[in-house]
Write a protein that binds this ligand. Structure first.
Ligand SMILES: NC(=O)c1ccc[n+]([C@@H]2O[C@H](COP(=O)([O-])OP(=O)(O)OC[C@H]3O[C@@H](n4cnc5c(N)ncnc54)[C@H](OP(=O)(O)O)[C@@H]3O)[C@@H](O)[C@H]2O)c1
Length: 264
């Protein structure tokens, strides 16, 4: 995709930092006007100012908590205020939780289900019809390699990402002939604030990748209409191991890698 000042809007949820801020930067570099949402007003403002300064594109930054029921309608309404059509939706906002399921506050679990599942499904339902009508557009759903397998001590996180992978891949096939690309981006451990928010960093013997690695693989894949991108060694290992190890053993190994230790 070459730089083009006249394309439609690209929306990035969780555009205030981490992988989302990198999507915002790379899409600004491609000339997209942007709508960025997140909850941290100052961080959003900083990203907005930097992108306007460096890439001379229009950037709208709006505070929006996407873990609240009805947030997808607010996002849709914000996007409709923009004069052009919507070319791209990057459903990236998310957070992790580590620990025993029964230790997790129910309110936090509900937030995760709402943010990772309901908001993404509802937003897709709201934005996709116009893309189909125009026969162009793309949706990137940022899932995780954690969605490849049930993971003890990250049970709800892994399950929400498994849902996203299944949902996105099925939909990608449904709309392929309409000229729409739906991509599931599955990063492994990536250097962001994610693990601080989650309150724990699991054992990571082979290191993490950068946000640049993730977004470059995603957008290069998008140019080629790839519906699934996996970035990092965890996805590669999980794929190879699953060919010859029993699933129960894989789940146990995953749990051992993630399990919080008393030292942490
Ligand atoms: N880092 C990793 O190792 C890794 C690996 C695989 C997948 N992922 C996925 O990558 C995505 C981005 O994570 P990251 O690594 O970039 O983490 P991050 O640095 O913590 O960024 C998370 C982003 O999501 C936004 N967000 C969180 N809750 C939100 C809410 N309720 N409403 C609106 N925005 C919200 C945050 O903005 P505010 O705080 O301003 O709301 C922030 O912009 C997530 O979906 C995550 O599951 C991350």
């Amino acid at each position: 995709m070459s730089r083009n000042q006249h394309q439609g809007l690209a929306i990035v949820t969780g555009g205030s930092r981490g992988i989302g801020a990198e999507y915002a930067q790379r899409l600004a570099d491609r000339g997209y006007p942007l709508l960025l949402v997140g909850r941290d007003k100052d961080q959003l403002h900083q990203v907005r100012e930097r992108l306007i300064r460096d890439y001379h594109v229009e950037v709208i930054a709006e505070c929006l908590d996407l873990s609240v029921a009805g947030a997808s309608h607010q996002l849709f309404a914000l996007a409709q205020q923009h004069k052009t059509h919507i070319d791209m939706l990057v459903n990236n906002a998310g957070f992790g939780m580590y620990g025993a399921f029964t230790d997790m506050p129910m309110s936090r679990i509900r937030e995760m289900l709402q943010l990772h599942i309901n908001t993404v499904v509802e937003s897709t339902r709201l934005f996709l019809p116009a893309m189909i009508e125009r026969r162009s557009g793309a949706i990137i759903n940022v899932a995780s390699v954690a969605g490849f397998l049930p993971i003890p001590f990250m049970a709800e996180y892994a399950a929400t990402k498994a849902f996203l992978i299944s949902f996105s891949e099925a939909l990608a096939e449904e709309v392929r002939e309409a000229g729409i690309t739906i991509q599931t981006c599955c990063p492994g451990s990536t250097d962001t604030n994610f693990h601080n928010t989650a309150g724990h960093r699991p054992a990571n013997p082979l290191g993490s990748q950068t946000v640049q690695d993730v977004v470059q693989a995603s957008l290069t894949g998008l140019d080629k209409h790839h519906s699934r991108i996996t970035v990092g060694w965890q996805g590669w290992l999980s794929d190879r191991f699953s060919r010859f190890l029993p699933r129960t053993m894989m789940i146990r190994m995953a749990g051992n890698q993630v399990k919080p230790r008393t030292r942490d």
